[in-house]
Write a protein that binds this ligand. Structure first.
Ligand code: IPE
Ligand code: IPE
Ligand code: MG
Length: 244
């Protein structure tokens, strides 16, 4: 059973396995992406029901630009369609939409639809739903380094004053806590350039379920597993037990 008193504040999900899901049915990969939307809805609802405050979804990586052009187009069209269709419901549920990633790489239409949805839900105070789009962690870290280097060059900060807290302020996730739990579906066990800095002390969970089949039950199982873990942050197990 899930312990309602030990719910993580921030869960990040690498939504993987859409292509394999479609292939198993003898269908086109794009069919898998379309069916992934249902799983996104389930995950968002689950967060609302359990009180998870931040949900970050890896939807499109920088490296995904190397996929066939037809798949990229299908994915971006699906993104726009889904945003337009789902925003009223998200708004009704007090969800605030955000994006992280190099949004400037998308077409004008995509950017416009995203910005409208972000603006429309910007005053909401419930779940913060962040879509990682054209995101990669190495890109994010380099962007942070560039900004800091500029400040140093302008003598606005000194190199000596740079520390972890300062550095984090330049990441795209500066306004959210680090994820306590990172889930990747489809059985793959890698980060694929997702939240490298932020995952320093995250717990990882790798269910074999393919993303379109990911349900509230699967999410609850992930939380249950998370609740069994002992997060030690370098200390000993004995120390942690004493602190409880
Ligand atoms: C995840 O599913 C969705 C995106 C990367 C956009 P995949 O498309 O990676 O599915 P598999 O890994 O090929 O099954
Ligand atoms: C990572 O999935 C990115 C997303 C889920 C959006 P991929 O399926 O593209 O990752 P790799 O390339 O197989 O590691
Ligand atoms: Mg994949």
């Amino acid at each position: 059973m899930m312990n309602n008193l030990k719910i993580p504040e921030h869960v990040a999900i690498i939504m993987d396995g859409n292509g394999r899901w479609a292939k198993k049915l003898g269908l086109n990969r794009v069919f898998g992406h379309k069916n992934g939307v249902k799983a996104v809805r389930e995950a968002v609802e689950f967060c609302g029901e359990t009180g998870i405050k931040y949900l970050t979804l890896y939807a499109f990586s920088t490296e995904n630009w190397n996929r066939p052009q037809s798949e990229i187009e299908a994915l971006t069209n699906l993104l726009v369609e889904t945003i337009v269709k789902e925003v009223p419901e998200l708004h009704k549920n007090n969800v605030r939409l955000k994006t992280i990633g190099e949004i400037s790489s998308f077409t004008e239409n995509v950017r416009q639809k995203l910005n409208q949805a972000i603006e429309f839900t910007s005053k909401n105070t419930g779940l913060v739903l962040t879509l990682a789009l054209s995101y990669s962690s190495r890109w994010e870290i380099i962007e942070a380094v560039k900004q800091i280097a500029r400040k140093v060059a302008n003598k606005e900060i000194t190199p000596e004053s740079i520390n972890e807290n300062i550095f984090e302020q330049y990441l795209t996730t500066s306004d959210m806590p680090n994820p306590e739990l990172i889930i990747r579906t489809s059985g793959e066990q890698r980060l694929s350039n997702f939240l490298l800095w932020q995952a320093a002390y995250s717990e990882f969970y790798f269910p074999s379920v393919l993303w379109p089949d990911f349900s509230k039950k699967d999410f609850a199982e992930a939380i249950e597993e998370f609740q069994k873990r002992e997060r030690r942050f370098g200390k000993t197990g004995e120390q942690i037990k004493q602190e409880l």
